[in-house]
Design a protein around this ligand. Sequence first.
Ligand code: ADP
Ligand code: MG
Length: 243
Amino acid sequence: MSPIIRFSEANKFFGPLQVLNDIELTVHRGEVVVICGPSGSGKSTMLRCINALETIQAGTVWVDGMTLGGGGRAMTRLRAEVGMVFQHFNLYPHMTVCQNITLAPMLVRKNSQDEALARARELLAKVGMPEKENAYPAQLSGGQQQRVAIARALAMEPKIMLFDEPTSALDPEMIQEVLDVMVGLAREGMTMVVVTHEMGFARKVADRIIFMADGRVVEEAKPEAFFSAPKDPRARQFLGKIL
Ligand code: ADP
Ligand code: MG
C-alpha cells in the first residue's frame, strides 16, 4: 500500500487555541477513512489542511509527493488533485448544473467546452441526474444539489476526495441518495477522507475509523473493532450518543 496523505507531528493554532495537537495520520491510495468525533474536535480543520485551505504551524502535511505550505505550482497541482465536498453544497447559484461542473475543467485544466460538457454528462449520469444539466441549483432538492457538488468535484479528476459532513444539512429522506453515490465512488477505488456521523456508511465502506477529540486522534481502528469495542472512553460516550 502506498501512502498518499501523511500528517506528521502536525500542530495548528487559531490564535491561542490549539486545534490540532501532534496529529499523526497516514492514508493509503484507495483507502476510505472516516473521521468522527464531537463538534469542535478539529475534524474540519484537519480535512482542510489536506487541500491547503488551512495551514499548520508545526510539523508536516504531505500529499502525493508534495509537502504543503510551499505555495506556487504545488498548490495549483494540489487543488486539482484533491476534490472537496462541503456540508452546504456551495454550488454557484447563478450557473446551471452543467456550467457548475464544466467551469473548473475549462479554466484550470484548459479542457475544451466539448470535452468538459461530455465529461459533465457522464458524471451527471453517474450521480443519477442525467436530466438536470440545465437546471439551476435553486430548482434542485438538497440531495440533488449535493450530488451535483460531487460531480463537480469529480470533473477535475481528483486523486483524493474529501467530504466534510456531506449529508448533515440534508432532510433525512435525501441522505441515502448522497451516501449511495459515495459508496459507489469508494467501490471504484477512490481515496476518500470523510467526516461523517453516518455510521451505517462507515461500517459499509470505511477501511478505518479515526476518532478525534480535543484536536487529537485518540482512536484509530477498523470499523468492526471501533463499533463493537471502542477503547477510548470519549469514543464510547460519543457512540452512545449517536447510535
Ligand atoms: P469540527 O469540525 O470537529 O467541529 P473544527 O475543525 O471546525 O471542528 O474546529 C476546531 C476548533 O477550532 C473549534 O474550537 C473551532 O471553534 C475552532 N475554529 C475553527 N475554525 C476557526 C477559525 N477560522 N478561527 C478561529 N477558530 C476556529
Ligand atoms: Mg466540522
